[in-house]
Design a protein around this ligand. Structure first.
Ligand code: OOG
Ligand code: MG
Length: 267
């Protein structure tokens, strides 16, 4: 992945403020490439990094990262071919079984993910799946609530990276397990909406093994001049397609070996 930056510092700040406004006030904006057709993935990460620094300066706490677009289902759904990463803060976390408001979201959708909690620092380049497994404290089931801020899901990787990979909310729960006690490739997941199955898959859908997605994430972090510290909470990417939710919906994500994660959506 090339982190070539073509935008001026002024444009990066402008786009960061535009994304921040869309996230904070929950309105849709045109994809950034409409105004900046030459925008690169590196430009997208420059905007995302500016957004992260701005949030941290406002008192948000960085709790970890997420890999996105790591499964074929997600890549096909979004029409892209390269995975991406985004950051996660304390403000995005919601408790298990809670009522999650949709009034402050644009296009909320839910996806089942395996989350990793790290016990050792990791740094790329060259981080491997084995490095990730050795540095993992435990894994737990999670649901990510993504929210693309772009009108009509008009989507490209440059814009979605700038929009922090559509990160909005996340819920961890279920039962934490040590990676050596389970087979993360064959782990099955089922997503239920209002009691009906709306998606199912196996964790191998994520780059063959979810730890592979974390290794990729660490290697992208290296290109951004960042590392993954011990204690980080990291989501490895949606296993199934994202499912739209609206007020009144209740979601249960059932994971083999890891228990389930539930939430409901309100106005
Ligand atoms: C991008 C976010 C992708 C995942 O798990 O694949 C993502 C999007 O679909 O809006 O979080
Ligand atoms: Mg996700």
């Amino acid at each position: 992945m090339s982190m070539n930056i073509t935008l001026s510092q002024e444009d990066i700040v402008r786009l960061c403020e535009r994304i921040e406004g869309a996230q904070a006030r929950a309105y849709a904006i045109p994809k950034l490439t409409e105004e900046y057709p030459g925008m690169t993935i590196g430009d997208g990460y420059a905007v995302q990094s500016a957004l992260r620094r701005r949030f941290i300066a406002q008192g948000h706490r960085l709790v970890g990262w997420k890999a996105g677009l790591t499964s074929k289902a997600k890549m096909q759904q979004m029409g892209v071919s390269v995975p991406s990463i985004g950051f996660l803060t304390d403000r995005m976390a919601r408790p298990e079984n809670s009522a999650i408001s949709t009034g402050d979201l644009v296009h909320p959708r839910v996806e089942c993910e395996v989350a990793f909690v790290m016990k050792k620092d990791l740094a790329g380049p060259g981080c491997t799946r084995e490095d990730v497994l050795a540095a993992t404290d435990y894994v737990l089931p999670a649901v990510e609530i993504i929210d693309s801020r772009f009108s009509g899901f008009k989507f490209d990787l440059e814009s979605v990276v700038a929009d922090n990979g559509s990160s909005a909310r996340y819920v961890g729960g279920g039962r934490a397990r040590y990676v050596e006690d389970i087979d993360l490739r064959t782990l099955g997941v089922v997503m239920e909406k209002n009691g009906e199955i709306v998606g199912m898959g196996a964790a191998a859908a994520v780059l063959g093994h979810p730890a592979e997605a974390i290794a990729m994430l660490v290697n992208i972090l290296a290109e951004l001049g960042e590392t993954l510290p011990a204690g980080s909470f990291v989501m490895s990417g949606g296993i199934t397609e994202a499912v739209a939710v609206k007020p009144g919906d209740s979601i249960v994500a059932r994971f083999q070996e890891l228990g389930s994660v539930s939430m409901r959506f309100v106005d």
